[in-house]
Design a protein around this ligand. Structure first.
Ligand SMILES: [Zn+2]
Length: 295
């Protein structure tokens, strides 16, 4: 059967145009995320000054600042001083572009698309900052939480029908008589409480039992934002996936160590990020499939 996409019906353009556009948008946003990843932990402005070589500080010309391409053309070296530029830069750009493609393919052309793209962009920044600096800056986690609450508040008003599956599921289904925006906000607050709260609780219990801090507050704040947007079920699912992928990665890390150190610090935000993107894109389907198969 030939399926006409929502992009084709609403713009009159072939779907391929949408994919090409979203790829370039993703590469450009990825380029901006590189600046965020580099500067936010260092408490520098993300607007001024323009990008410079980390070694020789020479300003990067706009034609040397094309996402992905410039790094390849320059052979991964600064044009002025020839010092190596980290492959993290093109990697973030390519990853963002590919994730944008995946989001567009999965969510399609609708009101939730920009919301999902902004969410994924925030998560990519958090993942790479946590991987490099072992912190999840408030400058990203707080705006993410605020953004999620605003989306929760306005989406039923702007678009009429709900984009959130959790509004029709326990315990929010008990609020059926209330206006949709109120139910939606309640869902966001509940998601934040379950997402951030459960992590906080696990951290507290661990600290009592072992006497060491296991969970950073950054992880808790990150899950406030993820939970507020995705709702309580997908927040728990994100944490489950984060713990699973984190444990798998931990086994690999310890297996490669000469001196086995089971207290090795892992940037948990990286795995929460991976989990929350999977939850955003495939969570509802996986949960439905799980309950069909096992219950
Ligand atoms: Zn240089």
């Amino acid at each position: 059967m030939f399926v006409i996409s929502t992009f084709e019906t609403s713009t009159g353009l072939p779907e391929l145009v949408g994919f090409v556009f979203i790829f370039f948008l993703g590469a450009m946003i990825g380029s901006f995320l590189n600046v965020v990843i580099h500067r936010v932990p260092a408490r520098e402005s993300i607007v001024f000054p323009s990008s410079a070589c980390p070694k020789c500080k020479s300003r990067i010309k706009f034609f040397d600042n094309l996402p992905i391409l410039s790094w390849l053309i320059l052979g991964g070296k600064c044009r002025a001083c020839k010092s190596l530029i980290s492959p993290r830069y093109p990697a973030v750009e390519l990853l963002t572009a590919l994730l944008f493609i995946l989001v567009f393919w999965k969510i399609e052309f609708n009101a939730f698309l920009p919301v999902a793209l902004i969410f994924v962009s925030c998560v990519i920044a958090l993942v790479f900052i946590d991987a490099e600096e072992m912190i999840l800056p408030n400058k990203i986690t707080y705006p993410l939480f605020l953004f999620a609450l605003i989306v929760r508040l306005i989406s039923p008003i702007f678009f009429g029908v709900s984009l959130f599956a959790d509004l029709y599921i326990f315990p929010l289904n008990n609020l059926a008589d209330y206006p949709l925006w109120l139910v939606s906000i309640a869902g966001g607050v509940l998601g934040a409480a379950v997402g951030g709260g459960s992590l906080w609780l696990v951290g507290q219990i661990w600290e009592r039992l072992r006497g060491i801090e296991a969970m950073g507050l950054g992880d808790v704040k990150m899950m406030f934002g993820v939970g507020a947007l995705l709702g309580w079920r997908l927040a728990l699912f994100s944490i489950f996936l984060g713990a699973l992928t984190g444990a798998i990665a931990g086994i690999f890390v310890i297996a490669r160590q000469k001196e086995k150190d089971f207290q090795t610090q892992m940037p948990f935000g990286v795995f929460l990020g991976i989990g929350s993107i999977i939850a955003l894109l495939f969570g509802e389907e996986i949960i439905k499939w799980y309950f069909k198969v096992f219950f």
